[in-house]
Design a protein around this ligand. Structure first.
Ligand code: SF4
Ligand code: SF4
Length: 384
């Protein structure tokens, strides 16, 4: 929906102030930008007021307003905690306001603009070459000519957290799945959608979906929470691009295999772990149980953090924050590491390469003694 259309509902938020007056702890303590910057303007109702002011001309863009707008990780905690019907639209309004900032020539942040330009040229936001996208693929992994499934790798696992891509193909191979990887996979578009650069995303979506349709598969699997949300929610809802295949996160795929008895772990892992719910997988797409089923079947002891499932605290990387405000992203990840340390687990597990990246960066930056792993790495280890 456009910001103008959304304006019909956003006035309900700045007139309500329920969360502001009650001091609702899950609202105040779980909004990463409010925790960091303290002022109400950095909360959901604050950003709704900016949207209203910009739309009706009461406010003019300033550097400060841009900072407020782009320091939201789009984690969706406010949509979970808000008790009014506007809740489902809050992050949509924030993203629509970012689109308006881009149209008005004041957004996105310089780093976002640079990666947007790179996506146009090389189809990834990491300033890497498209021809290097599959460099990580182990030589002994066989891709099928007649696949049942496509593994959509995503940019972070293709260029940065390649251990997650390797673990995923090892798992699929060990299960005897006939799968392939798109030879010409492009960025799913998530980083552009989150930063208001929507114009170029439709081409990316059409390209990826057309390529997958040409293979005739019924399912794709992704190991990235951002790709998952983008394919499942944004392609049809925002871009009107309709995939004719099922989209599964790797944890949903593995849960199904476990329930059908096709996946059993003979070697149990003797580990104490805690699980971090990626916002785009959990709050946004309601995938809470599959990763927990997988972890339990691995035999690990799963100790939940106090803030978990729909109330989980964000890792701090999303919404363009990691590239736009890297120090704030690291501080937020450190706050999440503190949650994990309180469980006395030895491993912090997530199911998104971008969460792993930011949490691991923070553990190294702040010298936190806690191993950070993706769930695919644990599964691949158990299958070795
Ligand atoms: S976020 Fe929800 S509870 Fe808070 S002011 Fe807006 S509508 Fe009210
Ligand atoms: S999406 Fe997250 S960071 Fe943004 S306003 Fe809501 S709770 Fe705060």
């Amino acid at each position: 929906m456009s910001l103008e259309k959304l304006s019909e509902i956003l006035h309900r938020c700045y007139q309500c102030k329920y969360c502001t007056f009650t001091g609702h702890p899950l609202f105040y303590e779980n909004c990463p930008s409010l925790v960091e910057y303290k002022f109400e303007i950095y909360s959901a109702p604050g950003r709704m007021s900016i949207a209203k002011g910009i739309l009706n001309g009461e406010l003019k863009w300033t550097d400060h307003l841009i900072h407020v707008l782009y320091s939201c990780t789009t984690c969706g905690n406010c949509t979970t905690q808000c008790i009014y019907p506007i809740s489902q639209y809050i992050t949509e309004i924030i993203e629509a306001l970012r689109e308006k900032a881009v149209k008005d020539g004041v957004g996105p942040l310089p780093r976002h603009k640079q990666f947007g330009e790179h996506v146009l040229k090389e189809h990834n936001p990491y300033f890497e070459k498209h021809e290097d996208r599959l460099k990580w693929l182990p030589k002994d992994v066989e891709l099928s000519d007649k696949p049942d499934i496509v593994y959509f790798v995503g940019c972070t696992s293709s260029y940065r957290q390649t251990e997650i891509a390797i673990a995923t193909v090892r798992i699929l191979s060990a299960l005897g799945v006939k799968f392939t990887i798109l030879p010409d996979e492009w960025c799913c578009g998530s980083p552009l959608l989150r930063t208001g650069q929507t114009d170029i995303v439709r081409d990316l979506a059409k390209h990826n979906v057309k390529l997958i349709h040409s293979l005739g598969v019924k399912e794709i699997v992704t190991s990235c929470a951002g790709c998952y949300r983008t394919f499942r929610i944004d392609y049809p809802r925002k871009l009107r691009v309709y995939p004719r295949f099922r989209i599964l996160h790797i944890t949903e795929f593995l849960e199904r295999e476990i329930k059908k008895g096709r996946l059993k772990f003979e070697n149990k892992l003797d580990l104490k772990v805690t699980y971090h719910d990626p916002c785009h997988l959990a709050r946004h797409a309601k995938i809470f149980d599959p990763p927990r089923t997988v972890l339990k079947s691995l035999g690990v002891e799963l100790i939940e953090m106090k803030r978990t499932r729909e109330n989980a605290f964000c890792c701090g990387a999303g919404g363009g924050v990691k590239s736009g405000y890297p120090d704030f992203a690291l501080k937020t990840a450190y706050r999440r590491l503190e949650d994990a340390l309180k469980t006395n687990a030895s491993v912090l597990v997530s199911s998104c390469p971008f969460c792993k990246r930011n949490l691991k960066d923070a553990s190294e930056h702040y010298g936190v003694q806690l191993e950070v792993l993706d769930i695919t790495e644990l599964v691949a280890k158990a299958l070795e």
